[in-house]
Design a protein around this ligand. Structure first.
Ligand SMILES: Cc1cc2nc3c(=O)[nH]c(=O)nc-3n(C[C@H](O)[C@H](O)[C@H](O)COP(=O)(O)OP(=O)(O)OC[C@H]3O[C@@H](n4cnc5c(N)ncnc54)[C@H](O)[C@@H]3O)c2cc1C
Ligand SMILES: *[C@@H]1O[C@H](CO)[C@@H](O)[C@H](O)[C@H]1NC(C)=O
Ligand SMILES: *[C@@H]1O[C@H](CO)[C@@H](O)[C@H](O)[C@H]1NC(C)=O
Length: 391
C-alpha cells in the first residue's frame, strides 16, 4: 500500500505540495479550512486569512546578492524551478490552467546593489533570467525619476482559476480532500478522515467489508508525514506576521506585468490575471497591518500612479485611448511573512511524527510554489528512507 501523507493547507503551497507528493507515489489527503472557489464570490472579510485568492499573481524575479540574507539565494533557485514547471503546465494546458506567459518590465528609481550587479556587461543572464535585457536610458520613463530598467520573460496566473485547476487535477488522480479546521499537527497524524471528505456512502459496503477495511486502515494508518502549509494559521510561530497588501482589480487587460519601485519605498505595479479576470493594480506592502478595510484614497493613488507609469493600459498610449480604468473591486490581503524568510524544513514533533514545514511565503507564494513543493518531497523522501534503513 502506498504511504500516506497529509497536507494541511489548500492554498497555493498546499496544493502544489500535494501534487508532487501524489506524483512521487504517496496517498495524499489535503486537510484545510479554505479551498479555492471562484474569486467573484470569495468573501473579503470571512476569507481574509486565506491569502491565495488575494494574490496577483505574477512572477517577478528577485535577484540574490551577497548584501542580502542567504534565503534570497535559495528563493531565487526555487523561483527558477517554478518557472520550468509553469512552462510545462502552460504547454500542456494552455486553455485551462490559468497561466499566461508574457513580458515583465521593471522601472526602478533607486536600484539596490543586487540590480546594479545585473548591469555590468559580464553579468547579464548570470542569474539565468529568461529573456533578460537591460533597458537603454531612452527606454526609461521620461519623468527622469527612473534610473534603471529591465525586461524579461515571465508568467502570471489567475489565482483562483489556477488553484482550482490544481485541486481538480489532484482529485481526478485519486487525491482526497477534507474541509476541516485543525489546531495541532499531532491531531492530523491520528485523525480519522471518514466523517469528512470523500468517504464512500455509508450503505455502499457490507459490515464485514467495513470491518476488514478498518483493520487494514489501522495498518495503513501510518502517516509518513504531515505537511504544514498553513500560511499564517495554526500553532503560533513568534517569527510570523502579515504584510498587508491593498490592490485594485480593473476590467482592462494589459500586455505586460509592469513593476515600478518608487524612491519613497512604495511600489506601483500591474498583474494581468488573464482568463477574463482583468488586471490587478497595486499595491501596498504594510508590515504588521491587520486592517481588513480598503482605503478609497489608496485606491485612487494606485490607479493614478500606474496609469502615469504605463499609459498603454488605457489603450495605445496615444490620444485615442480611454482616460480612466474600470474598477471592479478593491482587494486586501495578508501576505504570510516570516522573519528570516520562508520556513521549508522537516521537524520530528514528539508524540506526533514528521512534520514538513512549508509556510511563511510572504509575497512570493506563487513564484516559489513548485520549488517549495520539490523541497517538501525531497525532505519527506529523506525522512522515509532514513526510517526504512533503521528498521
Ligand atoms: C495583495 C497581494 C499580492 C500578492 N501578489 C503575489 C504575486 O504577484 N506573486 C506571488 O507569488 N505571490 C503574491 N502574493 C503572495 C501569495 O498570495 C502568498 O504567498 C500565497 O498565497 C500564500 O499561500 P499559502 O498556501 O502559503 O497560504 P494560504 O493561501 O493562506 O493558504 C493556507 C491554507 O491553510 C489552511 N489553514 C490555515 N490554518 C488552518 C487550520 N488551523 N486548520 C485547517 N486549515 C488551515 C487555510 O484554510 C488555507 O487552505 C500576494 C499577496 C497579496 C496579499
Ligand atoms: C484571522 O486571523 C486572525 C489572527 O489569527 C484572527 O484574529 C481572526 O479572527 C481571523 N479572521 C477570520 C475571519 O477568521
Ligand atoms: C505550522 O505553521 C504555522 C504557520 O502557519 C506555524 O505557526 C506553526 O508553528 C507551524 N508548526 C506547527 C508544528 O504547527
Amino acid at each position: 500500500m502506498p504511504r500516506q501523507v497529509r497536507v494541511i493547507g489548500g492554498g497555493i503551497i498546499g496544493l502544489s505540495c500535494a501534487h508532487l507528493l501524489q506524483k512521487a507515489g504517496y496517498a495524499v489527503t489535503i486537510i484545510a479550512r479554505d479551498f479555492p472557489a471562484p474569486f467573484e464570490t470569495t468573501d473579503p472579510i470571512a476569507k481574509i486569512n486565506y491569502t491565495s485568492p488575494w494574490g496577483g499573481a505574477h512572477n517577478r524575479w528577485v535577484p540574490p546578492h551577497p548584501s542580502l540574507p542567504a534565503h534570497f539565494t535559495r528563493d531565487h533557485a526555487l523561483s527558477l524551478r517554478t518557472y520550468t514547471h509553469m512552462q510545462r503546465l502552460h504547454a500542456t494546458h494552455p486553455h485551462t490552467a490559468g497561466i499566461t506567459f508574457l513580458k515583465g518590465i521593471e522601472y526602478l528609481e533607486r536600484p539596490g546593489p543586487e540590480y546594479l550587479a545585473l548591469s555590468t556587461p559580464s553579468s547579464p543572464n548570470a542569474l539565468d533570467l529568461p529573456g533578460f535585457r537591460l533597458l537603454a536610458p531612452s527606454d526609461l520613463l521620461r519623468d527622469g525619476r527612473v534610473t534603471w530598467g529591465c525586461e524579461y520573460d515571465t508568467w502570471c496566473v489567475n489565482p483562483m482559476v489556477y488553484c482550482s485547476f490544481l485541486l481538480r487535477r489532484f482529485v481526478h488522480r485519486g487525491g482526497k480532500v477534507v474541509t476541516r479546521e485543525v489546531t495541532r499537527p499531532e491531531e492530523v497524524f491520528s485523525m480519522s478522515l471518514d466523517e469528512g471528505g470523500l468517504a464512500p456512502a455509508p450503505d455502499s459496503k457490507s459490515e464485514s467489508e467495513k470491518k476488514g477495511e478498518e483493520e487494514k486502515g489501522e495498518e495503513e494508518g501510518i502517516v509518513a508525514a504531515v505537511v504544514n502549509a498553513s500560511g499564517t494559521g495554526l500553532v503560533p510561530d513568534p517569527d510570523m506576521t502579515v504584510t498587508r497588501g491593498q490592490t485594485v482589480l480593473v476590467a482592462e487587460g494589459c500586455d505586460a506585468t509592469v513593476t515600478r519601485q518608487n524612491a519613497d519605498g512604495s511600489w506601483t505595479f500591474c498583474v494581468p490575471r488573464g482568463f477574463d479576470g482583468g488586471t490587478v493594480i497595486g499595491g501596498t506592502k504594510e508590515l504588521n497591518n491587520w486592517d481588513v478595510k480598503p482605503s478609497a484614497e489608496v485606491r485612487e493613488e494606485l490607479l493614478r500612479k500606474f496609469t502615469e507609469t504605463y499609459p498603454n493600459i488605457l489603450g495605445g498610449g496615444g490620444g485615442g485611448g480611454k482616460r480612466r480604468l474600470t474598477v471592479l473591486r478593491d482587494i486586501v490581503g495578508r501576505r504570510p511573512t516570516r522573519n528570516g524568510g520562508p520556513r521549508i524544513e522537516g521537524e520530528l514533533v514528539p508524540g506526533a511524527g514528521f512534520v514538513m514545514h512549508a509556510y511563511g511565503l510572504g509575497g512570493r507564494g506563487y513564484e516559489l510554489s513548485w520549488g517549495v513543493a520539490e523541497a517538501v518531497v525531497e525532505g519527506i523522501e529523506k525522512h522515509v528512507n532514513g526510517e526504512e534503513s533503521k528498521s
